[in-house]
Design a binder for this molecule. Structure first.
Ligand SMILES: [Zn+2]
Length: 236
């Protein structure tokens, strides 16, 4: 049975209601969850491929691309694999708040334990185009940003950066097409709110980094002092 329509219908309701409608099985290994757990079992959660960011600064393609860019430093929690994809999928297409809080905790942890990430004034989620936002009902990057904000007390500025062009999903494109696809797709609409600030750009997954770079270009031209990037997953 395809549960997706039920999920969509039930989205405004709490996870407790969803657990009643959608039996509590681990989304990764499909075993029944012990009570008190939602969506993922402990074993699967601990098996997720955590990134050693210190080591991967050198070998991540994104970081090489970022070397000459406006992005001072990039951090990610996990290497993208099938299990991580399941988690991102739940947040991206079903807006699972409980899961975004778990992921947000990992992101906040990563950020607060990195000495370079000090003095961050604002969290900026990578925006969705209004058409995509209408389709989906929420922005997964905003859900993650809000979860980080709750733990760090750093405010989220969700309306300063806007996606002004509707772009094809990056996943359907190769590296150079991705770059072209997001070129000039973003615009800062309230530069006074971010001028001279240190910001962290938040997204769910980073593949080639072209979306982050396009956002960073707009932010820099609007006068942002320093830009960090943070994602839940990265393809290495
Ligand atoms: Zn599991």
């Amino acid at each position: 049975m395809n549960w997706a329509p039920i999920y969509k219908w039930a989205q405004p309701y709490s996870d407790a209601v969803l657990n009643f409608i959608y039996p509590p099985y681990c989304i990764i290994c499909k075993t029944r969850l012990e009570s008190g757990l939602t969506l993922i079992c402990k074993t699967c959660w601990h098996r997720l491929p955590k990134i050693d960011n210190a080591q991967n600064q050198k070998r991540s393609r994104a970081n090489l691309d970022f070397a000459e860019s406006q992005i001072s430093k990039f951090l990610a929690v996990w290497e993208f694999n099938k299990a991580v994809q399941e988690i991102i999928h739940e947040i991206k297409f079903f807006g699972k708040k409980s899961l975004s809080k778990f992921v947000g905790r990992e992101l906040a942890d990563l950020m607060t334990h990195d000495k370079d990430y000090c003095g961050v004034d604002l969290i900026i989620p990578v925006p969705l185009h209004k058409t995509r936002l209408r389709e989906r009902g929420f922005n997964q990057s905003l859900l993650l940003s809000q979860a980080i904000s709750t733990l760090t007390n750093i405010p989220v500025k969700e309306k300063v950066l806007k996606r002004i062009r509707f772009t094809r999903p990056q996943s359907q494109l190769n590296a150079s097409e991705r770059q072209q696809n997001v070129k000039d797709a973003f615009r800062v609409i309230d530069s006074s709110a971010i001028k001279g600030k240190t910001v962290v750009l938040v997204d769910d997954v980073l593949t080639t980094g072209s979306t982050m770079l396009a956002c960073a270009e707009s932010l820099e031209s609007a006068g942002v002092a320093k830009i960090f990037a943070l994602t839940a997953a990265v393809t290495l």
